[in-house]
Design a protein around this ligand. Sequence first.
Ligand SMILES: [Fe+2]
Ligand SMILES: [Fe+2]
Length: 360
Amino acid sequence: MLSLRTATSCGSLASKRSSAQVLKAFNGLSTSTTIGVRPSSIVVCQIDLTNSRRNFSTTPARKIKTFFPAADTPNVKKTEAAWSHPLYTYEEMNSVKIAHRKAKTWSDWVALIAVRILRKGLDTVSGYRHDHAVSLSKKDPAGAVKKYAMDEKKWMTRNIFLESVAGVPGIVAGVLRHLHSMRRMKRDNGWIETLLEESYNERMHLLTFLKMAEPGWFMRLMVLGAQGVMFNALFMAYLVSPRTCHRFVGYIEEEAVITYTREIADLDAGKLPLWEKTMAPEIAVSYWKMPEGNRTMRDLLLYIRADEAKHREVNHTLGNLDQKNDPNPYVSEYKDPSKPHPTKGIEHLRSTGWEREEVI
Ligand SMILES: [Fe+2]
Ligand SMILES: [Fe+2]
C-alpha cells in the first residue's frame, strides 16, 4: 500500500472535507499499512520542497489536506520568525556529541530518575527497543531488523510526539518567572526570553516535521494527553523546585541528542532510503537559514540535533545557578569577552552545561 508519488503537491488541496476523508480513508487501511504505534496514528507525507512534491504517502494524494497553509492576506508579504535563529556552521554541528552530566545532588537524581522512567515508558508504548535490537543483531542480524528496525515512519512518529511535548517546559518556566517578576515587583534578570525562545524553537521542530507527516486521531489524542499531564506536572514542579526542572530538561535533551544522532547514523548506514531523497521543507530552510546545496533531510537533522544540544547546555547551566538572583548568562555581557562564555550560538557548546563559578 505504500506508494511512491511524485506528481501531486502535498500542500495543494486544503479543505475541511479532505480532512475528514483522510481520517476515513486511513482508518480503512489494514494494520500493516499504518504508521507508528497504532493504526491511524500518522500519515507520512514526505515533501521535496525543491519541487513541492510528495515522495510517498499511505493516503491518496487528493485526500491529503494542507497543513497550516499560507493565510490569504492581501497586504502582508511575509511573516518572519519572532526569534531569529543563530547561524550554525557545519563544523559546529558535526562536533555535537552524545553526553551525560553525572547526577551529583538529590535534586539531580530526582530529575534523572524521572527522565529514565519517562523514556522507558515511551519506548515500551512505541515499541522502540534500541538496546534489544543491538544485542539481537549480534546473534541474528536479520531477525533484529525484522523485529526492531526503525524506518522513516517510526522515526517520524517518535519525532512528532517528542517535539510536541518538548515545547512545554520552556513556556511553563517562562510563564511562571514572568508572573513571579510581576507579583514580587522584581527583575527576572533575563531568564524569561531564553525560556520562551526554547519553547519557540521546539515548536519550529514540530512544525517542520508536520510539513512531512500528518498525524492521525490516535497521535493527536496522545499529544493532547501528554501535553495536559506535562503542563500541569511541570507547573507544580517548577513552583517547588525550578532547579530540578532545569536539570530534568537537561537530561531530556541528552536523550534528544541520542535520538537524532541515531537517526543520522541510520540515514548514513542506508537504512532510511526515503529520507536520502527528502529535502528540508521551506519553513526549515528559512528558519535555520540553510545554505543552498545543504538542504537535505540529513542537514535538517543536523540542525535539529544541534538545537537539542544547545537546550541540553542551557538547561544544565540554568540548573547550576541561583534561581532567584543570578542573571541569565545567555544574554549577559562579559567583562572579558575574549574568554569563552555562554552565547546563543553553539561556538562554545558545553554538553554538560557551564558551572556557576565560570559564568557568574
Ligand atoms: Fe526539539
Ligand atoms: Fe530540545
